[in-house]
Design a protein around this ligand. Structure first.
Ligand code: SF4
Ligand code: SF4
Length: 147
């Protein structure tokens, strides 16, 4: 976040328009869940207040909606000169406020993950039946042609 409050300046964008959106959470990479036990762990994370899980560009992340203690009431950084590397390197011209972040999956609670797991299970059950049907179809067509 910068202190450039001129019209169109990044300080105005961050503090006034966005209201310091990226200072109000942190996000960490997660091991990609594959087994029932791993998905159950993710379900447990999601049972905690302010905890979200998302998948972006093939990778899974834990997102914790928890405001930074250095954020001032005017949405500026209270330790701007010594702010951590991750804050200094975050590009305000290419962030979640200025651009669209595309999530492949986004769960803001355990119920959403549970629903997605059920849907995935049903999809996987249907898949072999569809495959078998696709395999059978050419044979049916050939036998009809011969007749
Ligand atoms: S999300 Fe973007 S606009 Fe919002 S405070 Fe962070 S860098 Fe600024
Ligand atoms: S240290 Fe400053 S810039 Fe970084 S998250 Fe906290 S308030 Fe925002």
């Amino acid at each position: 976040m910068t202190a450039d409050f001129a019209e169109g300046g990044l300080g105005r964008q961050c503090a006034v328009l966005c209201k310091a959106g990226c200072c109000r959470y942190y996000s960490l990479p997660l091991e990609t869940p594959r087994t029932d036990a791993q998905f159950d762990d993710v379900r447990w994370y999601l049972m905690h207040e302010g905890t979200h899980v998302y998948k972006h560009a093939g990778d899974w992340y834990l997102l914790v909606m928890n405001e930074c203690k250095n954020l001032l009431p005017n949405n500026l950084c209270g330790i701007y000169e010594t702010r951590p590397r991750i804050c200094r390197e975050y590009d305000a011209t290419d962030c979640e406020y200025t651009g669209e972040v595309e999530y492949e999956l986004y769960f803001d609670g355990a119920a959403k993950l549970e629903a997605w797991l059920l849907e995935r299970k049903a999809r996987r059950k249907r898949a072999p039946a569809a495959k078998a049907l696709a395999k059978r179809s050419p044979k049916v067509a050939r036998s009809r042609k011969r007749a």
